[in-house]
Design a protein around this ligand. Structure first.
Ligand code: SF4
Ligand code: SF4
Length: 98
């Protein structure tokens, strides 16, 4: 049929909330044990855990606080990074501009 369009879907992998610095990780699994909802599974012996269920992460930061070497960091999705600004302060800013 002329004029028909083909649509394709692009798979977007879920955002990975936790990242590991392999040069710092000692493979102690304290981060894994601190996670209340078991986002991680153990990795290879002596290596960092694997973020097996990243969609379940609450971004609570417990794993980050528990890590003795600072090898794990939390990365919030853009939606979580938006900053709430009081409306009155925006209006004040606008008044100052005029
Ligand atoms: S931030 Fe919280 S919920 Fe997410 S992996 Fe770390 S401990 Fe688990
Ligand atoms: S707590 Fe830190 S050092 Fe231990 S396994 Fe997790 S990321 Fe690696």
């Amino acid at each position: 049929m002329s004029g028909s369009r083909e649509f394709s879907f692009r798979f977007t992998p879920p955002a990975v909330p936790i990242r590991f610095d392999e040069s710092r990780c000692v493979g102690c699994n304290r981060c894994l044990e601190a996670c209340m909802i078991d986002v991680m599974l153990p990795g290879e012996a002596g290596k960092h855990p694997v973020a097996a269920y990243p969609d379940e992460c609450w971004y609570c930061g417990c794993c980050v606080m528990e890590c003795p070497t600072g090898a794990i960091s939390l990365h919030h999705p853009l939606m979580n990074q938006t900053r709430w600004v009081e409306k009155a302060s925006l209006l004040k800013h606008r008044e100052e501009e005029t």
